[in-house]
Design a protein around this ligand. Sequence first.
Ligand code: ARG
Length: 228
Amino acid sequence: AAELTTVEAGKLTMATNAAFPPYEMTTDAGAFEGIDIDTAQAIADKLGLELQIDDMDFDAALLSVQQGKADIAMAGVTVTDERKNVMDFSDSYATGIQSIIVPEGSDIASPDDLAGKMIGTQRGTTGYIYCSDDFGDNAVVAYDDGLTAVQALNNGQVDAVVIDNAPAKEFVAANPGLVLLDTSYAEEDYAIGMAKGNTALEDAVNAALEELKADGTLQSIVDKYITA
Ligand code: ARG
């Protein structure tokens, strides 16, 4: 295959926010792991590039590809029409569901019940965007990451947290006293974000993804991090 031009020669630079288990997280030893990390590594291997992981806030990760500082934004990124105006997306590799976490005994049982409540979200995410559209900016608090939003819920600073279902499950498992509602606020597709018009990279990433889906690698990565 022809050499791909990347932000840093010989490297695939990935912008992420490694506070979103099981897609990307940081171990106590400071290593990155998760579904997106392993998948990006497998893509980099196929492209003959070294994977370089840049950890930052989620909104910064989306900007990073737009500004040409990273080759890919891979962070459980939901494909939306607004984002498509400013970046391109690979084929989708996973689905996500915006879910609602509440304290045990809460009177919130469905998305409609969020009206009039204070909602915690992660800044720049679809959870923030949907909730502020539906319930007004003043009803939504934007935290640096999902865990901080969950801590605010534990402390009673917000009434609910809206976040993707996979991290929601992990946060609830680690926080007795919180429950995950069995209702979905929105369903979404996750894809890899890239600079607009970088068709050489997009084609290469999509071809690699296709192979990883076809040969079962992607599924085995998911199975490694999500046990039913
Ligand atoms: N899927 C949501 C979005 O794209 C949230 C993703 C947050 N990801 C992260 N690594 N913190 O807005």
